[in-house]
Design a protein around this ligand. Structure first.
Ligand code: HEC
Ligand code: HEC
Length: 297
């Protein structure tokens, strides 16, 4: 603030206070006697007359008190232009003090949680309350508030894992993120339409839902050639590649013939974003424990 405005504000503020004071003093009138008189101001309204009495004492001193309080306040705290007040208080200073307090309080707790193994942390009620809040703020947009996921976003409450459900695997997922990548037609780019139909029927047969038993049978060979490298010879998936288990009737995408055909024809690309540049190690530890707890009650 420039000196001019600083003085301008100070003059107005102090002028108002002293103005009030002067007004009070100048109209004080027989304040010392405190005797009520019968003297009137000489007018009456509907028969009610206005007496010329002094202000009630309590009111007079209260008003004086507020003027003195205002002057005291302005001496201690900022309020007069650039004058910082005798206490040196500032909003920013108070904010910093509170942040330091929060650091002292939660920093210790965070440091402690960061050192606690995930399964043990998942039993800690306070950590899980923090985990729930962190999840709501950072993960729920994709995985849903109940962590049940939706098409393309995995359900985190079941026992079916793309990348593995051990504490180490969950921590790695959160720290570094994951890229799920299935190439179109697996590793058989020249797959023809008949073979596509066969392999889709084969995948449906894992959950007893094949449309054409014969095609499903023929699909076994296509699967071994085009898909087994990632999904395993038994179709149970591979957590090192994020290749889902196809045999448990739990789906990241749709479960119908059309959805599976689309996956085979065009492949799938999916990404879980890395969290380590957004969240602290302690926060990730708490979230990993929260996710771990969802499927290990
Ligand atoms: C932008 C959307 C998005 C956000 C935000 C996000 N995720 Fe994910 N997450 C995904 C996707 C997509 C996948 C599946 C990746 C794949 O298909 O391989 C995934 C996978 C995962 C997995 C692996 C699941 C499995 O079956 O192996 C875990 C665990 C996970 N997320 C936890 C979290 C947590 C905890 C957070 C919050 C810090 C979070 N995610 C935030 C999109 C997101
Ligand atoms: C290079 C490895 C790889 C090959 C080969 C591969 N897949 Fe996949 N597949 C994946 C990955 C990784 C995903 C998960 C994609 C994601 O995270 O979105 C996936 C997803 C799928 C899904 C979706 C599962 C669900 O839960 O919704 C189906 C169905 C599928 N694959 C079938 C096949 C079939 C059939 C073949 C052979 C024609 C095949 N895959 C070949 C890696 C592979």
């Amino acid at each position: 603030m420039s000196t001019f405005w600083s003085i301008w504000i100070s003059v107005i503020v102090l002028g108002t206070i002293f103005g009030c004071w002067w007004l009070l003093w100048a109209t004080r009138k027989s304040q010392t006697t405190d005797t009520e008189t019968e003297k009137t101001m000489g007018h009456s309204f509907d028969g009610i007359e206005e007496y010329d009495n002094p202000l009630p004492k309590w009111w007079f001193y209260l008003f004086l008190g507020t003027c003195i309080f205002a002057l005291g306040y302005l001496a201690l705290y900022p309020g007069l232009g650039n004058f910082k007040g005798l206490l040196g208080w500032s909003q920013h200073g108070q904010w910093e003090e509170e942040m330091q307090l929060a650091d002292a309080r939660y920093g210790e707790l965070y440091a402690q949680f960061e050192e606690t193994p995930v399964p043990e942390l998942a039993q800690n009620e306070q950590a899980m309350r923090m985990g729930q809040r962190l999840f709501a703020n950072n993960c729920a947009v994709c995985h849903g508030t109940a962590a049940r996921g939706s098409v393309g976003f995995p359900n985190l409450t079941d026992d079916d894992w793309l990348w593995g459900g051990s504490p180490e695997e969950i921590l790695a997922t959160l720290h570094n993120g994951r890229q799920g990548n299935m190439p179109a037609k697996g590793v058989m780019p020249n797959m023809n339409a008949t073979q596509v139909d066969q392999v889709v029927n084969y995948v449906l047969a894992y959950s007893g839902r094949e449309k054409n038993a014969e095609a499903a049978k023929a699909g076994e060979q296509v699967f071994a050639q085009a898909c087994a490298a990632c999904h395993g010879a038994d179709g149970k998936g591979n957590t090192a590649l994020g290749a889902p288990n196809l045999t448990n009737n739990s789906w990241l995408y749709g479960s119908t013939y059309e959805w599976i055909e689309e996956t085979v024809l065009y492949g799938r690309q999916n990404e879980m974003p890395a969290q380590s540049d957004r969240l602290s190690d302690a926060q990730i530890q708490i979230l990993a424990a929260y996710v771990y707890g969802l499927s290990n009650d």
